[in-house]
Design a protein around this ligand. Structure first.
Ligand SMILES: NC(=O)c1ccc[n+]([C@@H]2O[C@H](COP(=O)([O-])OP(=O)(O)OC[C@H]3O[C@@H](n4cnc5c(N)ncnc54)[C@H](OP(=O)(O)O)[C@@H]3O)[C@@H](O)[C@H]2O)c1
Length: 297
């Protein structure tokens, strides 16, 4: 398994298991222990969750598994996130973001409590809060590090301006930006975020690498178009459509760390197979333009 160094203190398995959908899988704590052990055997040591996943239940389920088998913790890197705020107890029709100091500190302590672990390896500000006070967020993140509650800090879904502002405020210690990239999603290519991370050698974590499954199931043109191109390439490289997408993501010099959202071990193996694909440069562009949203000039 390739590993990616995020700091002197932290490295990740290049392929990460995501737990956004964990509560849909209806796993018992025993089954979740087995789920994690199966992935550890493949070298997948990094696990991504968030305070908000499953309305808070995803972290609790992980905590039950870790309580059952505490030794698992030392073999894993745990990533979790804060700032999406929904009051589930009342029927508030929308969520909002709360990145204020007290909220971040309390939320981190709650996540640690829910997950039955003493610390979080990487703590992320989940979304691009339009009402963010960078210096206040920075103070919270730095304090959490000082308290030994988090090893490293980062962000998710940030645009280049927000990333630069917060990174400056924390003394250039953000170790990642977790962003959506797939053959249908170009937001971070277009914003310059990917260029900036590549230049700064800050490796991004990539969410929804296979477009949340829509790449395989949707009848919308952007997915159907990509599927056709990826099917042809999969035949050329004697592999699967998924493997082609992971190979495409990891070919780019940004040093992407894809987060696989599937519950199926076969789909994890498809991501690992991408390490053996020697993607031709021209084929990277065939995938980039496959949905027909992007036209090269
Ligand atoms: N930071 C953020 O804002 C953010 C947002 C979203 C997600 N995330 C993180 O990123 C992780 C991955 O996101 P994701 O779950 O959207 O990723 P994904 O891996 O692109 O999508 C996973 C979904 O696709 C389905 N799928 C995969 N391969 C398939 C195939 N060959 N045929 C049909 N369906 C297929 C899976 O179903 P099966 O389980 O049946 O395989 C699953 O429902 C999440 O778990 C979370 O940790 C972060």
């Amino acid at each position: 398994m390739q590993r990616i160094k995020l700091s002197n203190n932290l490295s990740f398995s290049r392929i990460i298991q995501g737990f956004w959908r964990l509560t849909e899988w209806n796993l018992t704590p025993e089954e979740l222990v087995k789920f994690i052990e199966d992935r550890l055997e493949l070298g997948i040591t990094t696990y991504d969750t968030a305070e908000i996943y499953g309305k808070g239940e995803a972290e609790i389920q992980l905590g039950k598994a870790l309580k059952l088998k505490p030794k698992l913790r030392e073999k894993m890197e745990i990533v979790t996130k804060t700032n999406i705020t929904v009051d589930f107890s009342e029927d508030i029709p929308f969520g909002y973001y709360d990145s204020r100091y007290d909220r971040i500190i309390a939320s981190c302590k709650k996540s640690i409590d829910h997950m039955n672990c003493d610390y979080i390896d990487l703590y992320l500000i989940h979304r691009e809060d339009p009402c963010i006070n960078f210096n206040e967020v920075a103070k919270a993140l730095i304090d959490l590090k000082k308290m030994g509650l988090v090893k490293e800090i980062g962000v998710s879904n940030f645009d280049p301006m927000k990333f630069k502002c917060l990174n400056k405020a924390v003394g250039n210690t953000l170790v990642t930006n977790q962003i959506e990239v797939n053959p249908q999603c170009f937001e971070h290519f277009e914003s310059g975020m990917i260029d900036y991370l590549t230049y700064k050698e800050i490796p991004p974590m990539i969410w929804s690498p296979v477009s949340g499954g829509l790449l395989f199931t949707s009848t919308e043109d952007i997915y159907v178009n990509s599927r056709k191109v990826l099917d042809t390439l999969a035949k050329k490289y004697n592999t699967t459509v998924s493997t082609m997408v992971y190979a495409w993501l990891m070919y780019h010099p940004m040093k992407a760390m894809p987060i696989v959202g599937s519950q199926k071990i076969e789909r994890i193996k498809e991501a690992l197979d991408a390490f053996d694909i020697k993607l031709e440069h021209i084929d990277w562009f065939k995938i980039y333009t496959s949905s027909k949203q992007k036209v090269l000039r």
